[in-house]
Design a protein around this ligand. Structure first.
Ligand code: 4NP
Length: 151
């Protein structure tokens, strides 16, 4: 399985998803390919947000080496699943890749947990560190569901 997690900046939410999913794979001896990207170009080349790094570190996950990048056409060939962490991200991706024959790979992340829902992982960018804990928990719960479903 090859999974790409996508948010807006690739510095707050999708780096957490990448870190959590890689940890699950490592714990289970799995060879899944896991990566993350952003729809926007604001933070290309940056490390994850300090609060995302700190919350992951408290859970035993080091995401400090990740580098933000923007999603590319090639990602729709390379990956099996492209998970949008939020509905705005999902809509940006659907629009950006509306003529791409692989756009059926684009999924809304939280629909793996609640298939009938249309929900976002809250954007913690404008808040303080406290906001990153529930974001981590929601991401971790859904990553575990994805693992159990596709392992
Ligand atoms: P992310 O959060 O999409 O989870 O990485 C954001 C990061 C930066 C911005 C918005 C959301 N921004 O507007 O710069």
């Amino acid at each position: 399985m090859k999974i790409l997690f996508v948010c807006l900046g690739n510095i707050c939410r999708s780096p957490i998803a990448e870190g959590v999913m890689k940890k699950i794979c490592k714990t289970n001896g799995s060879k899944w390919l896991i990566d993350s990207a952003g729809t926007q170009n604001y933070h290309i080349g940056e490390a994850p947000h300090i609060h995302s790094q700190a919350v992951c570190k408290e859970k035993g996950i080091d995401i400090s080496q990740q580098i933000a990048r923007q999603i590319q056409d090639e990602d729709l060939i390379k990956f099996d699943m492209i998970y949008a962490l939020a509905t705005d991200v999902y809509e940006i991706l659907q629009n950006k890749f509306k003529d791409n024959k692989n756009n059926n790979k684009i999924k809304l992340f939280l629909q793996e947990q609640h298939p009938e829902s249309y929900e976002s992982v809250t954007d913690p960018w404008y808040g303080n560190k406290d906001g990153y804990y529930p974001v981590y928990d929601i991401i971790a719960e859904c990553c575990n569901i994805i693992w159990e479903k596709y392992k």
